[in-house]
Design a protein around this ligand. Structure first.
Ligand SMILES: Nc1nc2c(c(=O)[nH]1)N[C@H]1C(S)=C(S)[C@@H](COP(=O)(O)O)O[C@H]1N2
Ligand SMILES: [Mo]
Length: 261
């Protein structure tokens, strides 16, 4: 039995009742087979739970629910020269680069992005600082872009590279060091139907405060995951190459990488 026990979780043992526990050693072959079946069923159900849980949609609202005021938080307007140049041209020469573990690296203009089939969703944004707001977001599903870029089989994460070096706000202590804002999600969230690259908010082009020209909406997660001023997507198999390796600006400063709501 000692050979078998390590393969079974407590739940597996109790779920099976006493029959397996009492099986004699002469029944070892039969028991091992049963153990394998139980284990694979458990793996499958764990996998299903995880998938079913992560796959569920965030609540969507109606236009009547839109918040009259949606706070601008974090960077209000990137001061970086590259961003300011794009802003001055109304983002006419801005490109979204899709790089890394893809067979078709891409560079998309804002006009190309806005011409793609889009999803519109009215969702609640929850910031860890304790405020929420309901907004309407429109943009292509990230899945559409990733399919076009044709990811390699070792792809695991999408990294969102932002334009701003966020150094923290003086009013909040300003204690954070300045470094490029970035975020990352895994492929379950990347292919979630409500994960979009929003180019519009409340029916108008995205304002600078809310992340123009493009921001991520990944609706099952908290506010800090909703990367604004996205300049590029990097498809990677490890998060080690960015910041301090924890997968995001705030994650590098102690926040959870998976910020589920
Ligand atoms: N590039 C960038 N993205 C960012 C931030 C930021 O400072 N820079 N702040 C994050 C946080 S903490 C929140 S709550 C939301 C705020 O989005 P909003 O300004 O549209 O309300 O953006 C997130 N994405
Ligand atoms: Mo936030």
């Amino acid at each position: 039995m000692s050979l078998i026990l390590p393969h079974l979780s407590r739940r597996g043992l109790f779920g099976l009742g006493g029959g397996l526990l009492l099986a004699g050693c002469d029944d070892l072959a039969r028991t091992e087979k049963l153990t394998r079946i139980v284990k694979s069923a458990e793996d499958a159900s764990r996998g299903f739970q995880r998938f079913a849980g992560r796959d569920a949609l965030a609540q969507e609202f109606s236009r009547a629910d839109l918040s009259p005021h949606f706070k601008v938080n974090g960077t209000q307007e990137p001061v970086e020269a590259a961003y300011q140049a794009h802003k001055a041209e109304n983002f006419a020469n801005w490109r979204l680069a899709i790089t890394g573990l893809v067979n078709n690296p891409m560079s998309l203009s804002l006009a190309q992005l806005t011409a793609m089939p889009a999803r519109t969703q009215i969702t609640r944004h929850d910031c860890v600082e304790g405020w929420s707001a309901i907004g309407e977001w429109t943009g292509p599903q990230l899945a559409t872009l990733l399919k076009a870029a044709n990811m390699k089989t070792n792809a695991r994460y999408v990294v969102f590279k932002c334009a701003d070096n966020y150094g923290g706000e003086a009013s909040k202590g300003g204690a954070q060091s300045s470094s490029l804002y970035y975020e990352s999600i895994d492929l379950i969230d990347a292919f979630h139907p409500q994960t979009i690259l929003a180019t519009r908010m409340n029916g108008a082009p995205l304002s600078v405060g809310h992340g123009a020209p493009v921001r991520l909406r990944v609706e099952r997660q908290l506010g800090y995951k909703q990367a604004k001023y996205v300049m590029g997507l990097d498809i990677v198999d490890s998060l080690a190459g960015y910041g301090r390796g924890k997968g995001g600006y705030w994650e590098d400063r102690g926040y959870e990488w998976y910020a589920g709501i």
